[in-house]
Design a protein around this ligand. Structure first.
Ligand SMILES: Cc1cc2nc3c(=O)[nH]c(=O)nc-3n(C[C@H](O)[C@H](O)[C@H](O)COP(=O)(O)OP(=O)(O)OC[C@H]3O[C@@H](n4cnc5c(N)ncnc54)[C@H](O)[C@@H]3O)c2cc1C
Length: 499
């Protein structure tokens, strides 16, 4: 599928004079790397959601903030839409380029500018990889907590734009909780600092507002992150279940017992088998579901928590409970989980990764609902997700070469998100709305709420040039879609209606 994304439902973006734009970029910034022809543009046609792709009009790769400012000023003056891109690992089409716009690639901003172990913070450029921050902090016994499974590749700028999460966010928070300050360049070319090195600052909390704004409000050019001391010890308990709903209930039981694990993840049988075939993590391939529960902190607390978790899991009906014997086994257990997406990619020609969040108590019912939908649509669904914070990642397996399968997968995905909203959850937990879930926003938000989002957007970007057509749908689009804050009839699962 190739979606030409220049057309917004409520109007068409102005045509851009490409020749004029390229000439003015060359004239204003002679050293700037500008790609605007044929094969050069191919690698930038999509992000991690490869079902959507568009050839950008031009790709620019600046390496100084001044260059970004000049590019933005030019684009503003010539009404050229701008899509920022970090590492392109996004899973919701957020960095999908425009046929009539430039793709501003921030990959060359890859330096750690300052690492202050005493203040426990680091000042980094936006193109720095998430994992590279923890690697640089490691000699000081520190690390950067949010750890998306894509951390080896994704950039901190992209993490800020998506408010990225990861395995350890249940205990340590999302990106927004782990940054102090970001510097942005606005579409008018102004450099602004949002947040500060103090824990709180007067005025509106623009840092929180900006985090997760998916490139719609400005371009991140610098990030100051918090660093945490590495826990003295960490242990992982793996529990097997013969029934996925029991595993879902056990998640709530652990939290209800007053334990906040460093990570609490669930995998169903399909993803267990795929990950085991790929990584040989030592997973029980006959289990219907496993929970991986990490406990970290000081030795004595971790020891006591492991015992308590074991008791809770036994009571919840776990068929087998194993504590990773040593650090190597702990790493193997996590490697299986962190590689579960590519592992599922090996057992199906294509897969579509959903990202809904639900209240923990709704887990068993929603898992049952997904199973039922999977049967209805005759498409396999693998569940592997951040169970502790209710952030689900159903992976819908399909074959894009089979006529109609992609459309069926998309429809099934939308139904799963409806289910999440229905039980009081949200259409995204960490992958963002991007292009992919823009229609689902019409289901989750009322017109008045969307109007408020548009007012915020206008305050930063009056002309609507930054990443148009992503994240926040126009009211017109919602009316066309026909899904304006309506629930899609009665749920097929009456037991969920009490949530
Ligand atoms: C295998 C796999 C596993 C993943 N696991 C997780 C996970 O556990 N948790 C999670 O949260 N995500 C996960 N993701 C999704 C993705 O890695 C994150 O959303 C990540 O934050 C994207 O970073 P990026 O640098 O690749 O951004 P991109 O994909 O390049 O861009 C993402 C969005 O950010 C905007 N953007 C990028 N850079 C800037 C900037 N400098 N200024 C302003 N806007 C910018 C773009 O316009 C776009 O809207 C996973 C992806 C894959 C492929």
């Amino acid at each position: 599928m190739n979606i030409l994304y220049d057309e917004r439902v409520d109007g068409v973006l102005p045509r851009v004079d490409k020749t004029r734009l390229i000439a003015s970029l060359h004239e204003a910034l002679p050293g700037l790397l500008v790609l605007h022809e044929g094969e050069d543009l191919k690698p930038y046609e999509c992000d991690g959601l490869s079902a959507y792709s568009t050839t950008p009009m031009a790709v620019v790769l600046p390496d100084t903030v001044e260059q970004v400012q000049t590019i933005m000023r030019l684009c503003h003056a010539q009404n050229v839409p701008v899509v920022a891109r970090g590492a392109g690992t996004g899973l919701s089409g957020g960095a999908l380029p425009l046929e009539q716009g430039i793709l501003l690639v921030m990959a060359r901003f890859n330096k750690i500018l300052e690492l202050d172990p005493d203040a426990r913070r680091a000042r980094v450029q936006p193109g720095v990889r998430n994992l590279a921050i923890s690697q640089a902090a490691s000699p000081y016994g520190l690390y950067y907590a949010p750890d998306p499974s894509s951390q080896i590749a994704c950039s901190i700028g992209g993490n800020v734009a998506e408010n990225a999460g990861g395995v350890h966010c249940l205990k340590y928070g999302l990106t927004v909780h782990n940054i102090l300050k970001v510097d942005i360049v606005t579409i008018e070319g102004e450099r602004l600092t949002l947040g500060s090195e103090a824990l709180d600052s007067p005025g509106f909390d623009l840092l929180a507002l900006f985090t997760g704004s998916e490139g719609l409000l400005g371009v991140v050019v610098e990030v100051t992150v918090k660093l945490l001391p590495k826990p003295q010890t960490a242990k992982v308990v793996m529990a097997s279940f013969d029934n996925i709903e029991k595993a879902g209930r056990a998640v709530g039981d652990i939290i209800a017992a007053g334990i906040i694990p460093g990570g609490l993840e669930m995998m169903d049988n399909l993803s267990i088998r795929a990950a085991e075939d790929f990584i040989h993590a030592g997973y029980p391939v006959d289990a219907e579901a496993i929970l991986l529960c990490e406990l970290d902190g000081v030795e004595s607390d971790v020891h006591a928590d492991c015992d308590r978790v074991r008791q809770v899991l036994e009571k919840a009906g776990a068929t087998e409970i194993r504590l990773a014997r040593d650090e190597a086994e702990r790493q193997r257990f996590w490697a299986g989980r962190k590689n579960a997406f590519p592992a599922v990619g090996r057992i199906s020609p294509d897969y579509y990764c959903m990202d809904g969040t639900i209240p923990r108590r709704a887990l068993p019912g929603v898992l049952r609902g997904i199973e039922e939908l999977s049967r209805q649509y005759s498409l396999r669904v693998a569940n592997v997700f951040h169970a502790g914070d209710g952030n689900m990642h159903p992976l819908i397996l399909f074959d894009a070469n089979q006529p109609g399968e992609l459309e069926r997968a998309e429809e099934l995905g939308a139904k799963i998100l409806d289910l999440c909203v229905e039980v009081g959850g949200s259409i995204t937990g960490e992958h963002g709305v991007g292009r992919e879930k823009i229609n689902s926003m019409c289901t989750q938000f009322k017109p008045d709420e969307l109007t408020m989002f548009h007012a915020v957007k206008k305050a930063f970007d009056e002309k609507g040039l930054l990443n148009p057509g992503k994240n926040v749908p126009t009211l017109h689009r919602c009316a066309e879609f026909g899904g304006m804050h309506v629930h899609h009839g009665k749920l097929p699962f009456p037991e969920l209606e009490r949530f």
